[in-house]
Ligand binder design. Structure first.
Ligand code: LRH
Ligand code: MN
Ligand code: MN
Length: 388
């Protein structure tokens, strides 16, 4: 038997972080379709993120991406967020959008460019000091396109040197989350292509270096929940960049392409203790809404994570363990599938009402008139975002 009220308590304290860049315009390399009402400033992105929290109750923080969210005073931006009922979460670094980084950032063969990239990473730690953020998210587009282009091992040395410098700069309550990605924009080698490479760098550095799993960054068919289970067991799972994909790094809404995979991931998180707040696993979204409305897309994504979490919390662990222990293959699988096949929407609707929220966040958001209001208010411009 599963304890429904314990599951509800766990769901009540869920914390899903939304990304500032999901609220701005985005697209593919073929076209960015500008939408009406998109934020023009980091403050307006925070306003939009606050709406997602207002209607879901479980999205109390927003990640920044620097320099997309550059402001003069980050302490003031954190205060602004607080006034709107949210806080600033992870600081995402950006060493992939400058001409200087054509041959890499921290692994570039040119020491002056490596220095410039490292200075940006260190500046982002200064920003964390001002915003009170715990997490620095590091993703490097570094890699090569052609065999022989650069020395693979030398690039690993340069990566290790930069990561070590960032690690040394972190404060007591700060950490970095090291992201990996199979390919893109580099097409031959990528300097951090998989969880094992990230893990090895993090392991050398210490407890403030953790791996972040972006669910869109693997080869098709990769068993992501295995990676999650392994990293959790090693105390090295720093968090997630959630999104979903059909082909490569599609950045579609989490749970849209493969809700069963999301459930399997959340099952490993719950079973491995990663849902307990003290483990510090960060549940972040990293998505773009190229053709769908953005705030509504974020609300839907948060709800998708919530639904997968609810199902994972409903797994009858005692029955599962008993079946596993007795070698009952199909019995164990049936317990697992029973949880997945449970319709958790009534449970979540009830929980929202208990939290003083509307049972249907999307309907409530649409009825609020916020979208029409910002379309009117933000007629005269668009925020910097992807490709800015
Ligand atoms: C890279 C990535 C990384 C970036 C974000 C915008 O593909 O997942 O997390 O910071 O996209
Ligand atoms: Mn990511
Ligand atoms: Mn990505």
């Amino acid at each position: 038997m599963t304890d429904i009220s314990a599951a509800k308590d766990a769901l009540r304290r869920q914390h899903i972080e939304t990304p500032s860049w999901a609220y701005g315009n985005s697209g593919t390399r073929f076209k960015v379709f500008a939408q009406r009402g998109v934020p023009r400033t980091p403050q307006e992105k925070i306003d939009d993120a606050a709406q997602v929290h207002r209607f879901t109750g479980v999205a109390p923080s927003v990640a920044l991406h620097i320099p997309w969210d550059t402001v003069d005073d980050y302490g003031a931006l954190a205060a602004y967020a607080k006034e709107r009922g949210v806080q600033i979460g992870a600081i995402n670094t950006n060493v992939f959008q400058d001409d200087d980084y054509m041959l890499g950032s921290v692994t570039n063969p040119d020491p002056a460019i490596r220095r410039k990239a490292l200075d940006h990473l260190l500046e982002c730690v200064d920003i964390m000091d001002a915003t009170g953020s715990r997490d620095l998210k590091l993703w490097f587009s570094d890699g090569t396109n052609y065999p022989g282009q650069d020395d693979i091992r030398a690039r690993q040395d340069r990566m290790a040197e930069a990561l070590s410098a960032v690690y040394e700069r972190l404060g007591d309550h700060q950490r970095f989350l090291l992201e990996y990605k199979l390919f893109e924009p580099a097409f031959y080698t990528t300097d951090l292509p998989d969880w094992g490479t990230s893990y090895a760098h993090c392991l050398k550095l210490g407890p403030k270096a953790q791996v972040v799993v972006d669910t869109g960054h693997h080869a098709p068919g990769t068993n992501i929940e295995f990676i999650v289970a392994f990293l959790l067991r090693e105390g090295k799972l720093g968090g997630f960049d959630f999104n979903s994909r059909f082909y490569a790094d599609d950045d579609l809404m989490v749970g849209a392409a493969d809700p069963f995979q999301l459930f399997r991931i959340m099952h490993e998180v719950v079973q491995g203790g990663g849902y307990d707040p003290e483990t510090g696993v960060a549940f972040m979204l990293d998505q773009c809404h190229n053709i769908e409305p953005k705030i509504q897309g974020q609300i839907r994504s948060v709800m998708n994570v919530q639904e997968a979490t609810a199902k994972a919390l409903l797994v009858d662990t005692a029955a599962l363990r008993a079946a596993q222990g007795s070698g009952d293959v199909l019995g164990a699988n049936a317990v697992f599938m029973d949880a997945y096949n449970t319709d958790v929407r009534p449970l979540l609707a009830e929980l929202r009402e208990e939290m003083g929220l509307d049972a249907d966040p999307i309907a409530a958001y649409l009825a609020s008139g916020y979208y029409e209001k910002v379309i009117e208010e933000r007629k005269d411009g668009q925020a910097a975002g992807w490709g800015a």
